[in-house]
Design a protein around this ligand. Structure first.
Ligand code: SUG
Length: 418
């Protein structure tokens, strides 16, 4: 089978809740204390995957992590029953759902040894995400165990923050051709943390054996971070030869665009001007947190967007003009992922892109409609209907969440992850 892009979605875990843990993520802090709906959230994620399958796209999954993370609490000398409210919330987060933060992926055509390299993200900036990497690494090692095709790397050591593919873009003529890899980092000093450090990105490029001539390190604009773009994928997305970005996404866009154009002759840069879409509109509607995908059979590209983008008249007017302009982006496909969006995670946050031959991947991590049916049945039966912040102290909720995950792992023949 040939190499193709596969989107691996993080299944929204049974502990999904709104604890307001991510400073600089305006949706998450704005919804702190609200009651979440984990069952509806996970079914929204399944519906997104179904829609992508129906478009003819390949689809994979990553599983929820063990929550509450008692091992992490034990390392801190405590346990759920006695931990502070803050530590409890940090141990209980379902944040591994945002698979764009799972790893950075350099497909085989870009690397010196001709294998696809994946580096698990350390996520050290936010306490609730800093203990994700072990659970993620275990899954990466299983899904991509074929060492002829893949090389899976551990986390970059602290203090160099790495948030994975959310700050990484790949541009190429076709997915299976050698590409240009762009690492976007932030500089400290603004009101919110810069979560991706340049040193981490440089280390990943070295570890993956990337060609320096085709690798760029680009600073995210401090203005975008200050406006709430805590990851680059909130203001830019790329697919094959197309870069779709907000005018204020990068600190020095002229230098970046010039270097990119020199390195990839076919590149098409679609820049959305502030006059059409303000940074505030971009961040509240998440139009750039879209899956920009190439449709099979020459159908051009589609943007799989959150319904919030359709709900904003200025954003939608711009997008309708864009698809009418006969450019590379031909279709707009809104999807309802409101439960994840309320924590600052849109369609693109929920997926990790891997370009590979599906035959080299452990099939338990790939899905079709029948497997999604099985997952939906488990979610409907076991995921909590609601979680309020007071519930985080309830031992019976911790048990329900554990049992729900165990039921899903068993149904997918992945109990070895428990
Ligand atoms: O890291 N939200 C996530 C959202 C991640 C979105 N991912 C990408 N942009 N790729 C974060 O800020 C909120 C959890 C809470 O507050 O309960 C949270 O972690």
């Amino acid at each position: 089978m040939a190499m193709q892009e596969i989107n691996f979605d993080g299944i929204i875990g049974p502990s999904h809740n709104y604890a307001g843990l991510s400073l600089g993520n305006l949706a998450a802090t704005g919804n702190a204390g609200n009651t979440s709906a984990p069952r509806a959230a996970a079914l929204q994620g399944i519906a997104k995957m179904r829609a992508n399958l129906d478009l003819g796209l390949a689809q994979g999954i990553f599983l929820p992590h063990d929550r509450p993370d008692e091992r992490w609490l034990a390392a801190l000398g405590t346990e759920m029953a006695h931990a502070s409210l803050a530590l409890r919330a940090n141990a209980f987060s379902a944040s591994p759902m945002w698979a764009a933060n799972a790893a950075t992926v350099s497909p085989a055509p870009d690397t010196a040894d001709g294998r696809c390299h994946l580096s698990v993200a350390n996520l050290v900036t936010m306490p609730h995400r800093s203990h994700e990497w072990e659970g993620t690494l275990a899954q990466l090692k299983l899904a991509f165990a074929d060492q002829r095709a893949f090389s899976v790397h551990g986390p970059i050591p602290a203090p160099f923050g790495d948030e994975g593919a959310a700050n990484h873009m790949r541009l190429c003529a076709r997915h299976d051709a050698a590409g240009v890899e762009v690492f976007v980092y932030g500089e400290a000093g603004g009101p919110f943390p810069a979560r991706q450090h340049r040193q981490a990105s440089e280390a990943i490029a070295r570890l993956h054996g990337l060609d320096p001539a085709c690798t760029f390190f680009v600073q995210q604009s401090p203005e975008a971070i200050a406006a709430g773009a805590f990851h680059n994928d909130v203001v830019a997305v790329a697919n094959e030869h197309v870069l779709f970005a907000h005018e204020l996404a990068f600190a020095d866009k002229a230098a970046f665009y010039a270097a990119l154009t020199a390195a990839l002759r076919q590149v098409e840069i679609i820049e959305v001007p502030v006059s059409a879409v303000s940074l505030e509109d971009a961040i509240s509607s998440y139009l750039f947190n879209a899956q920009l995908v190439t449709l099979p059979d020459g159908g051009g590209m589609a943007l799989i967007l959150p319904t919030e983008a359709r709900d904003n008249p200025r954003v939608w007017a711009y997008l309708e003009g864009l698809v009418a302009s006969n450019g590379p982006i031909r279709r707009l496909i809104p999807v309802d992922v409101r439960e994840s969006m309320a924590n600052g995670g849109g369609p693109a946050c929920l997926r990790l892109r891997v370009v590979a031959d599906p035959a080299t991947i452990d099939p338990r991590f790939l899905v079709d409609h029948a497997r999604l049916d099985r997952m939906a049945a488990i979610i409907s039966a076991h995921w909590p209907a609601q979680i309020g912040q007071d519930d985080l102290g309830q031992a019976r909720l911790w048990l329900a969440v554990r049992n729900a995950r165990a039921a899903l792992l068993a149904a997918l023949d992945l109990s070895e992850l428990s």
